[in-house]
Design a protein around this ligand. Structure first.
Ligand SMILES: Nc1ncnc2c1ncn2[C@@H]1O[C@H](COP(=O)(O)OP(=O)(O)OP(=O)(O)O)[C@@H](O)[C@H]1O
Length: 326
C-alpha cells in the first residue's frame, strides 16, 4: 500500500508472494447488511434485502443492468442517501452512526463529472486534501498526477480539460487521502483506451499493495479481467455472488458466433443472442455444437464468418439476467 504514517496496510505480501490478510479476524472492508431502499413513498423498490461482505484486499465487482440498484447502493455507502432499512459499514464504521470515520476510509470516484471550474488541477487536489485534514500533501499529489497521466496539466484550469482528463482528476481527487477502500462507479464510461489502461494499471497496483476495490461497470471484459469476486444485482436483489472463476466455470463453455441474413430455426431462436446480422449461441459441449450446426444446415440457413470460442462473463451475465441459470 502507498502507506502514510497514519495508515497501516490492511494486506501485505509474504516473501512467498502469497497475499496475506493482515487484518484476519478484523472487520470486513465493506459490509452491506439487509440493505433496502425505496423511492417515491415506497412505490419504487431500488434495493431489496441486499447483504454481502467485501474482504480487505479484494477487487470486487458489482454488476447489473440499468436500474438494478448499483448507484443506489453506492450512494448509501457514500452517505449521499439513507437506506430505507439495513446497515452499511466501512472497516467496521457504520456509514450513518460513524459517518466521519467511515468516509475517511473511502475514496469514491463518482459517475458524474462535477468540479469547480475556476481552480487548477493542483488547487482542486489541495482543496480536497484539506477536506480530509491532510496537510503538505504535494508529494502524494505529484505521484497521483504522474500515475494518472496528468503531470503536465497540474496548472491547467479545470474548465480547460477534456472530459477524459476531468475523469482522471476525479480519480486523483478520490485518492488524495490514501483511502484503504476505493469505490469506482463506472469509471471508464465513455473514456478512451489509453485512459482505461492508465487507470487500470494504477488501480491494479493499489489493489496489489493492499487497497480494497469495489468497481461497478458495464464493461464486463474489464470486470472479468480485474475482479476476484463479483456480485450481480437484478431489480434490487443479489442474484449471483461468487469468485469470477466459479461464475465462468458454471456457464455453457462454448460460444458459437456467425453472421446471417436468414431467419433462425425456431428451436434455436430462444437461446440466440442476435445483434444485427451477428448471431451468438452458447453450447455446453462439442456434441451440442454439432447439433446446432446440423440444425442450421438442415434449415438451409446460410452462415458466414463462423467463430467458435470460450464463453465469457458477458455470456454468464446474460444467462443470469435471463434467469436461465440459478
Ligand atoms: N431519486 C430517485 N427517485 C426515484 N427513483 C429512483 C431514484 N434514483 C433511482 N431510482 C430508481 O431506482 C432503481 C435503481 O436505480 P439505480 O440508479 O440505483 O440503478 P443502477 O443499477 O445504478 O442503474 P445504471 O446502470 O443505469 O446506472 C431504478 O428503478 C431507478 O429508476
Amino acid at each position: 500500500m502507498l502507506a502514510s504514517p497514519q495508515q497501516q496496510p490492511v494486506v501485505s505480501r509474504a516473501s512467498t508472494g502469497a497475499p496475506v490478510d493482515a487484518s484476519a479476524g478484523g472487520p470486513p472492508a465493506l459490509r452491506f447488511s439487509h440493505v433496502s431502499k425505496t423511492y417515491r413513498a415506497g412505490q419504487v423498490k431500488a434495493l431489496d434485502d441486499v447483504s454481502f461482505d467485501i474482504r480487505p484486499g479484494e477487487f470486487f465487482g458489482l454488476l447489473g443492468p440499468n436500474g438494478a440498484g448499483k448507484t443506489s447502493l453506492i450512494s448509501i455507502l457514500a452517505g449521499l442517501s439513507r437506506a430505507s432499512g439495513g446497515q452499511v459499514s466501512v472497516l467496521g464504521h457504520d456509514v450513518v452512526d460513524d459517518y466521519a470515520n467511515a468516509r475517511k476510509k473511502l475514496g469514491i470516484v463518482p459517475q458524474e463529472l462535477v468540479f469547480d471550474p475556476f481552480f487548477s488541477v493542483r488547487e482542486t487536489l489541495r482543496i480536497q486534501s484539506g477536506y480530509f485534514g491532510v496537510r503538505n500533501n504535494d508529494d502524494w499529489i505529484d505521484e497521483l498526477l504522474l500515475n494518472l497521466g496528468l503531470a503536465d496539466k497540474a496548472h491547467a484550469n479545470m474548465r480547460q480539460l477534456s472530459g477524459g482528463m476531468k475523469r482522471r482528476v476525479l480519480v486523483a481527487q478520490a485518492l488524495v487521502h490514501r483511502p484503504p477502500v476505493i469505490v469506482l462507479d463506472e469509471p471508464t464510461a465513455g473514456v478512451d483506451v489509453e485512459l482505461r489502461q492508465t487507470l487500470w494499471q494504477f488501480i491494479a497496483r493499489l489493489n496489489r499493495e493492499g487497497h480494497t476495490v469495489l468497481l461497478t461497470t458495464h464493461y464486463l471484459e474489464e470486470a472479468e479481467a480485474l475482479c476476484h469476486r463479483i456480485a450481480m444485482l437484478k431489480q434490487g436483489r443479489v442474484v449471483a455472488l461468487d469468485r469470477t472463476s466459479e461464475l465462468l466455470a458454471g456457464t455453457a463453455s462454448t460460444m458459437l458466433q456467425f453472421k446471417t441474413d436468414a431467419a433462425l430455426p425456431l428451436s434455436l431462436v430462444e437461446n440466440a443472442r442476435v445483434t444485427g446480422r451477428v448471431v451468438q449461441l452458447t453450447a455446453h459441449d462439442a456434441l451440442e455444437v454439432e447439433r446446432i450446426l446440423a440444425t442450421l444446415r438442415e434449415a438451409a440457413v446460410p452462415i458466414e464468418d463462423l467463430e467458435i470460442g470460450r464463453a465469457n462473463l458477458e455470456d454468464v451475465f446474460i444467462e443470469i439476467m435471463q434467469g436461465s441459470r440459478a
